[in-house]
Design a protein around this ligand. Structure first.
Ligand code: SF4
Length: 227
């Protein structure tokens, strides 16, 4: 069996990494050096015409998010926020109908995103997480496990969101603020490829990375206290 990949712990300098340069180095847990069989199998998948085009356009879009790419030595100069990246990518793929699966807590942001996407010529189908108004009791939730204890609460229903977008035959789906786990169910049930515009972080203004940026200060508890 293949060794456990641990790229997140790799200390090889970027300009020497096996995954970045030909004949580069990698530690004992390096999947580039020791995962050839898997890499070959995955690479074959890119030859499927649909996957090939999707991957090709993603890569072109990635590069086009930087300016002055011919500069030597290279200096990263990003120019496009994610909203533009999504719009440009969807245009490259010639998508016409976009699905927007969003969280009720971001109703206002969903309206703005919808407006921007329509302005750029897309036909947008939007579905809120609470669609269906199915009570949380349907998935065994007790009163004590609700957000508002003692009240009627409709469950987040990412499977319904996905099915409605599947029915509408959207070309591409965009997630906005779905909860952890609800997003997973959406991905599993979406027939169209899906991307994330923003994830939910109720405390950090939907910027979960802020906890890592402050791991050495205000969020040190994350690596000092196990609760
Ligand atoms: S693929 Fe290998 S060289 Fe690249 S980050 Fe992972 S362990 Fe390091």
């Amino acid at each position: 069996m293949f060794i456990k990949a641990q790229c997140a712990k790799c200390a090889v300098k970027p300009e020497k990494k096996a995954c970045r340069v030909e004949d580069g180095n990698g530690p004992d847990f390096c999947p580039t050096k020791y995962g050839q069989e898997i890499i070959e199998r995955a690479n074959k998948q890119y030859q499927n015409p649909d996957v090939y085009e999707f991957a090709r356009q993603s890569s072109i879009q990635e590069a086009q998010c930087y300016a002055n790419r011919d500069r030597k030595p290279p200096v990263r100069q990003p120019t496009k926020p994610r909203i533009k990246e999504i719009i440009e990518f969807a245009k490259k793929m010639e998508y016409k109908k976009l699905g927007l699966a969003y969280c009720a807590g971001l109703q206002s942001e969903a309206g703005k995103l919808n407006k921007v996407l329509e302005f750029h010529g897309f036909d947008v189908v939007s579905v809120v997480c609470k669609v269906g108004c199915t009570p949380k009791e349907a998935i065994g939730i007790k009163q004590s496990e609700k957000v508002r204890i003692g009240e009627y609460e409709s469950m987040c229903s990412p499977i319904t969101q996905a099915k409605i977008l599947n029915e509408a035959k959207t070309d591409f789906n965009i997630l906005l603020g779905l909860c952890v786990g609800h997003d997973s169910l959406f991905f599993k049930n979406s027939e169209a490829m899906a991307t994330v515009f923003a994830v939910k972080d109720r405390v950090l203004g939907h910027n979960p990375l802020a906890a890592l940026y402050t791991l050495d200060s205000y969020y040190e508890g994350l690596i000092k206290i196990q609760d």
